[in-house]
Write a protein of this length. Sequence first.
Length: 146
Amino acid sequence: MKVLLTMLALLLTVTAAAAAEEIYRTVQGDGTVVYSDRPLSDQSVLVDVSTKPADAGENPVLAAEANRNREEDTGSSAMAAALEEQKALRAEACREAREALEAYDRAPRLYEELPGGGRRYLSDEEIVRARQAARQAVVDFCDGEN
């Protein structure tokens, strides 16, 4: 608890240092170090608390954060490009699904092509399932589009 209070006092002192121009360090009789904006006794010593802007090259934590920010920026642009590509592929799949559905709805008979170039005509049940699958493909790929 005493360590926590000491750390809190130090934090408050450092925070106050930004606003105060002078900081004094005093060692009390029991060895406790106290920082203040005014001298507490004749043993108080003026402390230099000058700061300078942080340089990422000197601080490994700041350098790592700067690298992480650069990687996130690169990752963000790569993610944006991937999303654009996915959007284009989805639009193409939507167009193809709509064309297939229109063809299935227009055609009185549906068939599948056989390897030898022949055709196998679908039964009425197979036609219903094929049209349902085409409608579902439009729903899946054209999500919200008219």
